[in-house]
Design a protein. Structure first.
Length: 472
């Protein structure tokens, strides 16, 4: 594995700057009113148990309280959910995976299920969803080729409680399916893997315990669930030459990943959950997400909805100006007087949108685009550092994004000026998820049950101060 130079490591930090310090998953006015279409997080990484595959976790529907029945959370049949891959660096999708859902209910029962559901196909499960997976390949001339690679796969149901699902993990495991074209897929409710002290972050960066690097933060997403699509496909299915990646220096090693949601331009709500009835007009993009937190804090309120409608290849022209003077740096200086640079942050634009030279830059003259760039040739780390590249771990953020990467602490330190030598040990006091991640697919832990639900009842234990750009 090639080592990243000290200089490149410093540049690596800058990619996080404009991402700010927390994701409530409600990043734009219109999408905040449409939670079933709201992209909440995207992760792209090389899994330890699948080193020759791209693994993507894409989440939708923010703030799911598991006890919210009897109409539990689900994907929307009238939306199309996407995972996109750009393998040429132009900010346009070359390969896309589309997920379309269909819901069925028992019209004669209010229950999600009769007590004692034992498996994903148990007839006692009264409310169920299935989905199809369509692989799209996009040509430079604008033409798209579609191939349906999976039909009627089951969605893991929301976890009502132990009386309904005596062994929920067994039921959810039935939603893990192999793809005939290679790889695996899962869709359904999971624990929300993002960890952040939202209360502190959105009270104008009111960090607890001084500058927040001593723990004692509150994980406000603890106990919350989300709806996830976890996709794992062989590298050759997403690289620009259709071949596996030979190493980190290979010309096909870096891919850009993001997710989107589409709806019909004209849509009428119907009670039959029929995606074809009551909808007319072409499909339009209503949400997107690549690097974490960009739309929430970097993009001003007047352009947040536009950001969700546009594609990455237009990012530099549309939004590059908002990165140069990050508002968060001014807030941190006002609160903590830490000397964060407030102007002329052109280095951030280069690092955020173009990738890091020698690590995850896609071309020699990269177009600035907001995609989560991953070098598939960098092997997974045996021992992960939650600070990713700035902690000396080249397999972590911003080289893709793993589930355990502490993007909040990374970004806080970068906004403070890590790239310019102002190394301030900031943090939100939440260092890890409230549940351990799984070592095998689908990697996300199961959700809390509705019966046991107690969201946000978790504080991070206090610990010794974490130095800037370090810690475990």
């Amino acid at each position: 594995m090639r080592k990243l130079s000290i200089g490149a490591a410093l540049v690596a930090v800058a990619i996080a700057v404009p991402l700010s310090i927390g994701s409530s998953h409600r990043e734009a006015p219109n999408i905040a009113l449409d939670p079933t279409a709201d992209n909440t997080d995207v992760y792209a990484f090389t899994a330890k148990d699948a080193p020759d595959a791209l693994t993507v976790v894409a989440n939708w529907i923010p703030g799911e309280v598991p006890a919210n029945g009897p109409n539990f959370f689900r994907f929307d049949d009238r939306a199309r959910y996407y995972i996109h891959i750009d393998n040429t660096g132009d900010g346009k999708q070359d390969v896309s995976y589309r997920f379309e859902f269909d819901s069925k209910v028992n019209p004669d029962s209010y229950l999600q299920a009769f007590p004692g559901v034992e498996s994903i196909d148990d007839p006692k499960l009264y409310q169920r969803q299935t989905y199809d997976v369509i692989r799209e390949t996009h040509k430079s001339n604008g033409k798209t080729k579609e191939k349906r690679i999976a039909n009627n796969l089951p969605v893991a149901p929301s976890y009502a409680g132990p009386k309904t699902f005596p062994n929920y993990d067994n039921v959810a495991a039935g939603a893990v399916r192999n793809l005939a074209s290679g790889g695996k897929v899962f869709a359904g409710q999971r624990d929300d893997p993002f960890f952040v002290d939202l209360g502190a972050v959105f009270d104008a960066a009111n960090l607890r315990q001084a500058t927040g690097n001593e723990g004692a933060g509150r994980d406000d997403l603890s106990g919350m669930a989300t709806h996830a699509v976890v996709l794992q496909v062989p590298e050759r299915k997403v690289t620009k030459n259709g071949r596996n990646v030979s190493g980190p220096d290979a010309s096909n090693a870096v891919v850009g990943v993001w997710s989107t949601t589409e709806r019909r331009r004209i849509e009428v709500t119907n009670a039959n959950f029929d995606s074809n009835k009551g909808s007319k007009g072409k499909w339009v993009q209503v949400s997107r997400l690549g690097n974490p937190l960009v739309n929430e804090v970097v993009i001003p309120a007047g352009k947040k909805d536009k950001f969700n409608r546009t594609r990455p290849h237009k990012d530099a022209a549309n939004y590059g100006q908002y990165v140069v003077e990050p508002e968060l740096a001014k807030i941190l200086n006002a609160l903590f007087d830490i000397g964060a640079p407030e102007t002329d942050r052109t280095d951030i634009v280069q690092a955020l949108l173009q990738g890091l030279p020698g690590l995850n830059q896609q071309t020699n003259n990269p177009l600035p685009v907001d995609t989560l760039k991953l070098n598939l040739g960098v092997p997974p780390s045996e021992t992960e550092n939650r600070f990713g590249v700035i902690g000396g771990d080249n397999a972590g953020f911003p080289n893709g994004r793993r589930l355990g990467d502490d993007v909040v602490d990374i970004e806080l330190q970068v906004v403070a000026g890590f790239l310019k030598g102002n190394m301030v040990p900031l943090g939100d006091g939440v260092d890890r998820n409230d549940k351990e991640f799984l070592p095998v697919f689908p990697y996300l832990p199961g959700p809390d049950s509705g019966f046991d639900s107690n969201p946000s009842d978790r504080f991070e234990p206090a610990h010794e101060p974490t130095p800037a750009g370090g810690g475990s």
